[in-house]
Design a binder for this molecule. Structure first.
Ligand code: FAD
Length: 463
């Protein structure tokens, strides 16, 4: 047996590396196994960070081309240097993953390089060595879900990973799946010049998002030039010398039609990743969707083995994985780690952005909760006007009786930053009145949050 540890975390994504850091802070001797060449998991390497780098660059390109003239800034001959844009993305990723390596050194966490396999409770094998440990955390994340009839080659038919690496702007990009990842990466390539068509099985975009907000989002994206084929399913993808020919059928059944694409992005969701971990051999139970089953406190059915992040049930979000990592490390240290699943913000980083926290109107109706709605449009917000970003609104949902904030849905500029205020309000059990009575600086976008909170009680000041 090689070295022994208090904790071995398998997977160095936001769940795993944060869990390792917090456990080390709490005095444990920690190792983290990662089979990638760099730390940071999906999020830092092929997810959140590279996608946001490209979203930022493509937004700057679009602004320079189409928005600056409105401000009286005339720029001639704006050109795209995609190779530089991709190189910059690589630099952003590089700095982030190196940052995690630094944090591991700082916290004296051992990086065990290679694929980890649980050979028995308390034993993890990596690169031919077996390490003993008091506890094991599975934080192996997720990968893209496949679709029958659509074979990924990461060149013509790509997942999000390939869509982040394209060396040429596709003439026509077809995105299969109208969820967050497809719409974000669709936005990148749309802004850089591609025609983008999104094929979605449901009758709406972004399933799970507040219905009214999703509808408005669809309008805004349509205005930007996105084409949508809703209630449609892709049943086959044939690669030709010119590109890819997709066969599309109405979701409810009917005559198929063909759609030609230069590149197809398959983005129908992600699935838990547990390959090669040896879970069946040690008897760790999975649920019906292949996720590691846990008891609500991250414990699996096998004592000493825990799981967090995308590999367990719940929203597949980096900050959810991180919070679970912290909570679990604290539980293992004998503290009372906790995640409030009712207050996990979710953001779509298109422009305008969409951000939600808490429940949607559909969810409130489904559980028979009486509620009040306050809405305020960015069109009536001075700062949004100054920015020239007036699409969207802030919508706050509050308990009809107690006025407690139950949810917020923001479509608009910097929605992802604005939602943090409502998340804190909800965490503290605030009422809409509490938010409305808080002094908000002028002129800021956050005044739209205050106005929506005032509107809950029917007394907005600026509409
Ligand atoms: P992961 O980040 O998937 O990390 C798991 C790690 O485990 C991987 O590095 C993998 O190599 C390693 N591993 C797996 N098996 C083994 C093994 N047996 N041995 C050793 N190592 C192993 N979320 C957000 O919150 N905001 C965003 O903006 C956002 N954007 C995204 C954009 C894209 C394109 C994608 C694909 C995802 C995005 N996500 C975003 C989701 C986010 O990336 C995930 O929710 C998050 O990475 C989950 O963290 P995790 O630690 O559970 O797993």
């Amino acid at each position: 047996m090689s070295e022994s540890f208090d904790l071995i975390v398998i997977g160095a994504g936001p769940g795993g590396y944060v869990c390792a850091i917090r456990a080390a802070q709490l005095g444990m001797k920690v190792a983290c196994v990662e089979k990638r060449d760099t730390l940071g998991g999906t999020c830092l390497n092929v997810g959140c960070i590279p996608s946001k780098a490209l979203l930022q660059s493509s937004e700057s390109f679009e602004e320079t081309k189409h928005k600056f003239a409105d401000h009286g800034i005339l720029v001639d001959g704006v050109k795209l240097d995609l190779a530089r844009m991709q190189a910059r993305k690589g630099e952003v990723v590089g700095a982030n993953v190196k940052g995690v390596e630094f944090l591991f050194k700082k916290n004296k966490i051992t990086w065990l390089k290679g694929a980890g396999k649980i050979v028995a409770p308390g034993q993890v094998e990596v690169a031919g060595q077996t390490y003993a440990t008091k506890n094991i955390v599975i934080a192996t994340g997720s990968d893209s879900a496949p679709l029958k009839g659509v074979e990924v080659d990461e060149m013509q038919v790509v997942t999000s990973t390939g869509a982040l690496e394209l060396e040429k702007v596709p003439g026509h990009l077809v995105v299969i799946g109208g969820g967050v990842i497809g719409l974000e990466l669709g936005s990148v390539w749309k802004r850089l010049g591609a025609e983008v068509t999104v094929v979605e099985y449901l009758d709406r975009l972004a399933p799970g998002m507040d219905g009214e907000t999703a509808k408005q989002f669809e309008r805004v994206l349509t205005k930007q030039g996105f084409k949508f084929k809703l209630k449609s399913k892709v049943t086959a993808a044939a690669k030709t010398a010119e590109g890819v020919t997709l066969t599309i059928e109405p979701a409810a059944g009917g005559a198929p039609e063909e759609l030609k694409a230069d590149v197809v992005l398959l983005a129908i969701g992600r699935r838990a990743y547990t390959e090669g971990l040896g879970l069946a051999e040690v008897g760790v139970a999975l649920d019906e969707r292949g996720r590691v089953q846990t008891d609500g406190h991250f414990a699996t059915n096998v004592p000493g083995i825990y799981a967090i992040g995308d590999v367990i049930a719940g929203a597949m979000l980096a900050h959810k994985a991180e919070d679970e990592g912290v909570a679990l490390a604290e539980i293992l240290a004998g503290q009372k780690g906790h995640v409030n699943y009712g207050v996990i913000p979710a953001i779509v980083y298109t422009w305008p952005e969409i951000a939600s926290v808490g429940e949607s109107e559909e969810e409130l109706k489904a559980r028979g909760q009486a509620y009040k709605v306050g809405k305020f449009p960015f069109l009536a917000n001075g700062r949004a006007r100054a920015m020239g970003d007036t699409d969207g609104f802030v919508k706050i949902l509050a308990d009809k009786e107690t006025d407690r904030v139950l949810g917020a849905h923001i479509l608009g500029p910097d929605a992802g930053t604005l939602i943090a205020e409502v998340a804190i309000a909800m965490e503290f059990g605030a009422s809409a009145e509490d938010v409305a009575r808080t002094c908000h600086a002028h002129p800021t976008l956050s005044e739209a949050v205050k106005e929506a909170a005032l509107a809950v009680d029917g007394r907005p000041l600026h509409i």
